[in-house]
Write a protein that binds this ligand. Sequence first.
Ligand code: ATP
Length: 285
Amino acid sequence: MAITFEKVNFSYGAGTTLAHAILHDVTVNMPSGQVTAIVGQTGSGKSTLVQHINGLLKPTQGRVVVDDFELTARTKEKQLMQLRQKVGIVFQFPENQLFANSVLEDVMYAPLNFGADKAAAQAAAETALRRVGVAEALWQKSPFELSGGQMRRVAMAGTLASDPSVVVLDEPAAGLDPKGQAELLELVLELKSLGKTVVFISHHMDHVVAVADQVVVMHDGRVVAKDTPAVLFNRDLDWFKKMKLDLPKAGQFAEKLMAAGMKLPERPLTLTQLATAINTEVGHE
Ligand SMILES: Nc1ncnc2c1ncn2[C@@H]1O[C@H](COP(=O)(O)OP(=O)(O)OP(=O)(O)O)[C@@H](O)[C@H]1O
């Protein structure tokens, strides 16, 4: 499912004296079945942008089209269920997304909410928990007894259990160790191989190099570039400094991949290749 932003402007508190304009004339498309990474310095509007994809936020002006669904300032709350069935989102702070007494119950919520019966919801939840690597021993525990990395995986399973066509991940690598990061990237590639459209926000340029088909760069609420990683990371260093993006690390990562005999467009990588490359890059956020 393709996603298109057309001249989207967004202000928190629109129409009040506290209006705070965040997105300015954002026009960008995220092609169906591909992985789009959103990068940009902190506060550049990345989370605000992606929260438009499932209608958590609505454009103050302009429109967002997801497949055949059109989201505008006039879209009614009750129409949003249709959009939310297509789009699953995992938030930056996944603990805010967990609520039930047990991990399994938590992950069953979305399929139940979208009309699955209990047996089907449980089967979907179990498949999703296995896919994201949550051990069966944890399924009856309270989600709040888990580590940050485990909570993130449960939140991810909760999103995948209803089999959305579009998966949006807001900084999914936060709180994951290098092995977890490599597994996450592998999951992103697996979602792509299942035909899903994946949008992920990242501060890890190495992750972006590894899995993104295209990279959207945000700066002060505007989209300032949309390129393939190979084209983007060949830009002039001063441009990256201006955008406050950590290119040297991405460059080193790309060099390491190439030294290991891989060309940038040559993907997917294996889990071992990703883990090796990421392990040598530990130390940044
Ligand atoms: N609920 C809100 N009300 C008012 N302003 C907000 C709200 N949420 C975010 N903002 C402001 O919007 C701007 C963009 O925030 P956003 O979270 O979209 O940036 P980001 O690029 O995702 O940042 P980060 O990388 O730190 O997560 C920031 O100036 C932030 O202070």
